[in-house]
Design a protein around this ligand. Structure first.
Ligand SMILES: Cc1cc2nc3c(=O)[nH]c(=O)nc-3n(C[C@H](O)[C@H](O)[C@H](O)COP(=O)(O)OP(=O)(O)OC[C@H]3O[C@@H](n4cnc5c(N)ncnc54)[C@H](O)[C@@H]3O)c2cc1C
Length: 512
């Protein structure tokens, strides 16, 4: 059978692309190295009763008419895959010693809350929040496909946005003279980027911050259902998703890609898969290394030369005989930092591997939706996320397994100490199951080079004009993943749909 699209990897952008193509009548095959589809978005089950999503916590652009909803409609999945909204009056609860701020959807209310905390800085705070709104609008205008007449009609916004092309979040905090504590409260969602303010692209921050203001969501039937529904569309339309199939190389002749070689990890047999067009959801840099970087054009070689985003440390816990709602948790995330300065907090953990005063995210997926449970009725799930250094963990794991395990245990205990002290006394007594994931766990189960979290690092250098896109400079070969689009649930939905639109010339997404 002639295959139209062979997709290497089954991350979100790949599944969205493959589902759209399959639904439009194309023959599609997807090859996935892992035993579960979904990449960072896969769900795994442990102890036969607890289910955890590997990395996804909350998502944006999922409301009626927003990008994810438009794509689901195109796939006839919008009634099947629905979302619960986080509390718009405070979807992210920022907590630091002496201060707390619940981030609301309304920018006006955000200004009020910040001005109440820092009255002497009212002017700077207002100017900063208004600048964020203006720069976000400008970014919308400047994102392809560009409409020149809209840019001309809003020149002020476009200039404002362009002036921040090389700015970090810290640069902009400094420009507006925000007090240190206000900076820390506003940037406490740093685990969403795994970068501190002094490295994080201002563009990346404003996109995520304002997108969650417009609506933070969680899937009603959990993330597993989203992934399964996309796979079902592919299979119902004659496509196939091969799990446990690791792509080991690409078949390339004269700068034209004809398919891939893949090993079936169960039988250890190697097969060749060929197709008219090959789509690469595998990290582009890794794929280029398999193919030979010199086969790509000079421009592409330059674009492929990105550094990876830092890795992370995850704690997945199940608690019993306790209702986390009695301890300040609910339809929101909590971000805790013990430091006044997030840059210092980050470097202490990432470079010194010192987690004695950790900054981290706390999420409670079973409180956002009650539709289906990922654990028994009398249990709830609570997860913690922070940054961790891949090289350090890799070295520990290869040289001293015991020290590796002890370090994981140490970080877990530092986090639990903070949670017991500040939020849930006796939490440990209620934990019936816990497991931690280090950077090497990430590498092993999400197949991401160096355990990276968001593909290419979210610095101004990688978020600017030289960013990779779907084009590869090779024939019949396209990239489709976070690093060749944008990371995150909604952005990877958009990345997959954008490639579908480009290759099928069927432009259905309105108003990104
Ligand atoms: C800690 C963390 C927290 C996050 N939290 C959120 C969040 O709350 N909200 C949000 O919107 N986003 C979040 N994200 C980001 C989001 O999960 C990712 O950006 C997105 O899922 C990436 O999708 P992708 O299409 O790039 O594919 P990936 O998820 O990178 O998938 C690539 C796929 O290719 C497969 N693969 C790799 N090599 C091979 C090979 N050789 N052969 C076959 N298959 C291969 C992999 O197994 C994987 O399935 C988070 C990410 C991390 C790490």
């Amino acid at each position: 059978m002639k295959i139209d699209y062979l997709v290497a990897g089954s991350g979100l952008s790949a599944l969205v692309f493959a589902a759209l193509m399959a639904k439009s009548g194309k023959k599609v095959q997807v090859l996935e190295a892992h035993e579960y589809p979904g990449g960072f978005g896969h769900t795994f089950e442990l102890a036969r009763k607890y289910k955890f999503n590997a990395q996804l916590h909350y998502v944006w652009d999922c409301g009626e008419g927003q990008v994810v909803n438009q794509i689901l409609k195109k796939l006839d999945l919008d009634k099947e895959v629905t979302f619960e909204q986080y509390n718009p009056d405070g979807f992210d609860h920022m907590r630091m010693p002496g201060y707390s701020l619940d981030i609301p959807s309304s920018s006006e209310e955000l200004i009020n809350r910040l001005v109440n905390l820092f009255p002497q800085y009212a002017h700077s705070i207002k100017r900063f929040v208004l600048e964020v709104t203006k720069a976000r609008e400008g970014l919308r205008r400047l994102t392809p496909p560009i409409n020149p007449s809209k840019i001309i009609s809003d020149l002020g916004q476009s200039f404002c946005t362009l002036s921040y092309l090389n700015s970090t979040l810290q640069d902009v905090f400094d420009k507006f003279g925000l007090p240190q504590e206000a900076q820390t409260l506003l940037a406490s969602q740093w685990p969403d980027f795994l970068l501190p303010p002094d490295q994080l692209s201002f563009y990346a921050w404003i996109v995520l911050f304002t997108a969650y203001q417009a609506g933070a969501y969680y899937p009603t039937k959990h993330f597993e259902h989203v992934i399964d529904s996309l796979v079902k569309v592919i299979e119902d339309n004659g496509g196939k998703v091969f799990l446990n199939h690791e792509v080991t190389n690409f078949i390339v002749t004269d700068k034209t890609v004809a398919g891939v070689k893949a090993i079936d990890k169960k039988t250890r047999n190697t097969h060749e898969f060929t197709a008219e067009t090959t789509i690469c959801n595998i990290d582009p840099k890794r794929a280029a290394e398999m193919i030979g970087v010199d086969k790509f054009s000079r421009t592409l070689q330059k674009k492929l030369n990105y550094e990876y985003s830092p890795s992370n440390f995850m704690v997945y816990c199940v608690v019993k005989d306790i209702d986390l709602r009695d301890y300040g948790f609910g339809k929101w995330n909590t971000f805790h930092t013990g430091h006044r300065n997030l840059n210092e907090a980050f470097y202490q953990m990432y470079e010194n591997h010192d987690f004695s005063n950790p900054s981290f995210a706390i999420t409670t997926p079973t409180l956002i939706t009650e539709h289906t449970r990922d654990c028994p009725e009398d249990c709830q799930i609570i997860e913690f996320l922070t940054v961790a250094n891949y090289d350090y963990f890799k070295q520990l794991k290869t040289s001293n397994k015991k020290a590796y395990k002890e370090k994981k245990e140490e970080i877990l205990n530092y986090i639990l100490d903070v949670v017991e002290k500040n939020y849930i006394p006796n939490l440990r007594k209620h934990i019936v199951f816990q497991i931690t994931g280090s950077p090497t766990t990430n590498e092993r189960f999400c197949w991401c080079p160096q355990g990276n979290s968001y593909g290419s690092n979210l610095t101004p250098k990688n978020m600017g004009i030289g960013r990779l896109n779907y084009q590869t400079s090779l024939k019949n070969f396209y990239f489709c993943n976070a690093s060749s689009g944008y990371p995150g649930f909604a952005p990877t939905f958009w990345t997959g749909a954008r490639l579908y639109q480009t290759l099928s010339n069927n432009w259905f997404i309105q108003d990104k």
